[in-house]
Design a protein. Structure first.
Ligand code: 6R9
Length: 651
C-alpha cells in the first residue's frame, strides 16, 4: 500500500467542507438524512421501494436471494430494459421530450425525442432480428460516440440480446480478444469516427479483429462517408442505413426478460493479462442505476444531463444510456475531443444546450486547470446546478477549481466512487444532505453497506486506512465473470468470506468519511482508464527485441497515473530512441493508445527478490524519485543503483 500512504499526507491536511445550501436541500429529491439509517436497517425494503420506479411486466416474488457470492435480485420479476428506457416514456407526457441531444465533433447535431428514439430502436431491433440475432446472443459493438451506439444497445436490450461494447480506442487485437471471449458472431461498427478532426480507422481495425473469429455479419454505420477508406467485404459486411431501410417500421415487441437475464457484458482489466467480461443482469442493474439518478444526481424532470464519458466505458453505459433514459431525462452526448476545435468545447456545449448537470473525470478537470479558466469564462454556465466527477480520486485542488470556475461556488459536487463491477455510484454524497469535503467521495449511498477494513477484515477506526469493501450485496452488482465463475469468486470474494473486495485502498477520517486512495492491485488508472500491468507487460514482451518488462503506474499531474515500463532487451540488441518509439507503438497496436507507456527505461536487469519476484514497489519508488525503502530482500542490490542513475538520465 505504499501508493496509498504517499497520497495520505496531502489529503489529511484537507480541512475545507461544504454543506448543502438551504435552497438546494429544500428542493432535493433526497433530503431526509434518516434515509441512510432506514436503508441500513432494511435494505430489502429500501430497494423494493426504489424498484417501484421500474416498470415490471410481471412483479418479482422476492427482493433478494443471497448465496454468497451469488446474488439474485428481484427474483421472478419480468421486465425489459429498452421498454423501461424508452417505450414507457412514449406513452405519456414525455413522448415528445428530448431523450438524447447529440453533438458531433464537426459541429453537426441531432435531437431525438423519446418517440423518435423509440422508432429508431424498434427499427434497429427488427434489423438485428433480420440478421439472425436471437435472445441471449452476444453482439459486439465497436462504434464512435454517435446516436447509433445507444440505439444499438437499446435494440439489443429490446430483443434480449447481450451487448458487449468495446471502446473505440481499443486496438484490433483487443477487439478480437473480446469478440472471442464473448463468442459473438455479429459486430456493429462504423466506417470511422471523428477525433480532433482526424479519422479513427474503426473499420480497418474491425476487419483485422474478426479474422479467425465466428463473426459472420459486420454492420457498418456510415459516419465518415466519402473521406473514409473503409472497404466492405462481400457477403459479410452490410451497411446500417441499408439494413435499417429494409426493416419494418412497425413496433418491435419488447422481449420479456427475467430480472436475472443478462443485459450486457463489459470487459475490464484485472491483475492478469486477460480482461474480465463483467456480467450485468437486467432487473437489479436498472433499479440501481435509476435510483442513483434520483439520489446522487438529484434528477428532475427539466434537467439536461451532460455526461462526458464514452459509452465504451461503464460510465457511459450507466450515465448516458440506462440511468438517464430509465429516469426519462434529457441526456447530452458529445462525439469528440474537449479541445476541438477549441479548448472551450465542453463549455460551449453546456451553454448551447443549457446543461444543468455535468458529469466528468478528474483528469479532464486537471487538463482544464492547466489550460486556464479563460475558456470556461467565455461561456454562460448559469444553467449548471450540480457537478459530478468519476473515474479516479480527485485531488482537492482540482475539486476546488471545479467548484470555483465551473460551479461558480453555487453547485454541489458529487464525487462518485464506483466501478464497472458495481454498476452504479456506491460512495458519493447525496447533494441535498451531505456536507462535501474536497477530495472525499464522502460516504456510501443509502442501501450500500461499504466499509474500510484491515487485513483481518475488521472495520478500521476513524483516522485509519485499509481495504475498501462492500459487506452486503446490492442490486446492480456484477453477477459473475463471463465464462469464468471461479475467477469471479477468487477476485472479488476470495479475501473475505461473502464480502466484496473492489481492489481499492481507502482512508476513513474522523467523521467516518471515505477517502479513496487508488488501486491496491496491479491495475494502473491512466486518465480514469483501468489498465492491467500484465496486459502492458505482455504487449511489450511481444516485441521482438524485448526480453523482459516490468510496468508500473507512477503519479502524473494530469493523468493521475502514467505508465512507466522498465525493459530489458535481448542479447545483441542495441537500445535507441527508435526502439523506444517502436515499443511504445507496439503497445498501442496491441492494446490501444490509452496504454501507451509514458516512458521506457532500459535496464540490464530488473530488480528481483531472491524468489525471483519483480519488485514493483521499488520500481515505483525509482520512477517517483523517492528515497528507496527496504531493499534487503533484493537479489542483486547493484541493479537498483544503476536503475536510479538511468532514470535520472531520462528526465
Ligand atoms: C466508474 C469507473 C473503477 C476504478 C475504481 C477506482 C477508480 C472510480 C473513483 C475512483 C476514486 C472516485 N475510481 N471512481 N477512485 N474516486 N470517485 O470509473 O469504473 O473504469 O471500472 O474504474 O476507478 O480505482 O476501482 P472503472
Amino acid at each position: 500500500m505504499s501508493e496509498v500512504n504517499n497520497q495520505l499526507d496531502t489529503l489529511l491536511h484537507e480541512q475545507r467542507s461544504f454543506p448543502p445550501s438551504e435552497a438546494f436541500a429544500k428542493q432535493a429529491n433526497f433530503n431526509d438524512p434518516g434515509v441512510y439509517e432506514r436503508a441500513l436497517k432494511d435494505p430489502d425494503g429500501y430497494w423494493a421501494e426504489q424498484a417501484e420506479n421500474i416498470t415490471w411486466f410481471k412483479p418479482y416474488d422476492k427482493v433478494l436471494e443471497w448465496n454468497p457470492p451469488h446474488a439474485k435480485w428481484f427474483v421472478g420479476g419480468k421486465l425489459n430494459a429498452a421498454y423501461n428506457a424508452v417505450d414507457r416514456h412514449r406513452q405519456g407526457p414525455r413522448k415528445n421530450k428530448a431523450a438524447i441531444i447529440w453533438e458531433g465533433e464537426p459541429g453537426d447535431d441531432k435531437v431525438y425525442t423519446y418517440e423518435m428514439l423509440g422508432r429508431e430502436v424498434d427499427k434497429a431491433a427488427h434489423m438485428l432480428k433480420n440478421l439472425g440475432v436471437k435472445k441471449g446472443d452476444r453482439v459486439t459493438v465497436y462504434l464512435p460516440m454517435i446516436p447509433e451506439l445507444p440505439i444499438t444497445l437499446l435494440a439489443c436490450a429490446k430483443i434480449g440480446a447481450i451487448h458487449s461494447v468495446v471502446f473505440g480506442g481499443f486496438s484490433a487485437k483487443s477487439l478480437q480478444d473480446r469478440i472471442l471471449d464473448g463468442d459473438s458472431d455479429v459486430l456493429i461498427t462504423a466506417d470511422g469516427g471523428w477525433r480532433r478532426g482526424g479519422i479513427v480507422p474503426l473499420k480497418a481495425n474491425a476487419d483485422e479483429a474478426v479474422e479467425g473469429t465466428k463473426v459472420r455479419k459486420v454492420v457498418v454505420v456510415q459516419r465518415i462517408g466519402e473521406k473514409s477508406n473503409a472497404t466492405m467485404v462481400e457477403g459479410r459486411d452490410v451497411y446500417w442505413h441499408e439494413e435499417m431501410a429494409k426493416a419494418p417500421t412497425t413496433p418491435c415487441p419488447a422481449e420479456e426478460m427475467d430480472a436475472e437475464d443478462i443485459l450486457y457484458l463489459l470487459y475490464t482489466s484485472g491483475t492478469t493479462g486477460k480482461p474480465k467480461g463483467i456480467v450485468h443482469t437486467t432487473g437489479g442493474y436498472l433499479v440501481g442505476v435509476n435510483t442513483s439518478m434520483r439520489s446522487v444526481f438529484d434528477l428532475k424532470e427539466e434537467d439536461i444531463f451532460f455526461c462526458t464519458a464514452d459509452i465504451g466505458w461503464v460510465t457511459g453505459h450507466t450515465y448516458i444510456v440506462y440511468g438517464p433514459l430509465t429516469a426519462g431525462a434529457t441526456v447530452v452526448m458529445y462525439e469528440g475531443a474537449p479541445d476541438f476545435p477549441e479548448r472551450d468545447r465542453f463549455w460551449a456545449i453546456v451553454e448551447k444546450y443549457s446543461a444543468t448537470i455535468l458529469y466528468t473525470a478528474p483528469t479532464s478537470i486537471r487538463t482544464f486547470m492547466k489550460w486556464g479558466p479563460q475558456y470556461a469564462e467565455k461561456h454562460n454556465l448559469d444553467s449548471l446546478r450540480l457537478l459530478g466527477t468519476v473515474g479516479e480520486p480527485i485531488n482537492p485542488e482540482a475539486w476546488m477549481w471545479y467548484h470555483e470556475h465551473i460551479g461558480k461556488g453555487r453547485c454541489p459536487i458529487v464525487d462518485t466512487w464506483w466501478q464497472t463491477e458495481t454498476g452504479c455510484a456506491m460512495i458519493a454524497p447525496l447533494p441535498g444532505i451531505t456536507t462535501t469535503k474536497p477530495g472525499s467521495a464522502t460516504r456510501p449511498v443509502p442501501g450500500i453497506d461499504a466499509d474500510i477494513v484491515d487485513e483481518q477484515g475488521n472495520s478500521v477506526e476513524p483516522g485509519h486506512g485499509g481495504y475498501l469493501v462492500v459487506k452486503k450485496p446490492w442490486p446492480s452488482m456484477l453477477r459473475t465473470v463471463w465464462g469464468d465463475d471461479d475467477r469471479f469468486k477468487r477476485t472479488y470474494f476470495g479475501q473475505f468470506e461473502g464480502i466484496y473486495l473492489p481492489g481499492d485502498g481507502a482512508h476513513k477520517d474522523e467523521d467516518s468519511y471515505f477517502w479513496i486512495l487508488g488501486r491496491i492491485d496491479d491495475v494502473i488508472n491512466v486518465s480514469g482508464h483501468r489498465i492491467g500491468t500484465m496486459e502492458v507487460e505482455s504487449a511489450i514482451v511481444d516485441h521482438k527485441s524485448v526480453a523482459e518488462a516490468a510496468v508500473i503506474g507512477r503519479s502524473h499531474e494530469v493523468k493521475g497515473q502514467a505508465i512507466t515500463a522498465f525493459v530489458t532487451v535481448k542479447e545483441g540488441i542495441e537500445t535507441s530512441p527508435e526502439l523506444v518509439a517502436q515499443i511504445k507503438q507496439h503497445v498501442v497496436e496491441k492494446i490501444g493508445a490509452m496504454a501507451r507507456p509514458e516512458e521506457i527505461i532500459f535496464t540490464a536487469e530488473l530488480p528481483k527478490t531472491r524468489s525471483a519476484k519483480i519488485m514493483r514497489r521499488l520500481l515505483r519508488d525509482i520512477a517517483e524519485g523517492r528515497v528507496l525503502g527496504d531493499t534487503t530482500t533484493l537479489a542483486d542490490p547493484s541493479v537498483v543503483e544503476s536503475l536510479k542513475n538511468q532514470y535520472a538520465h531520462t528526465e
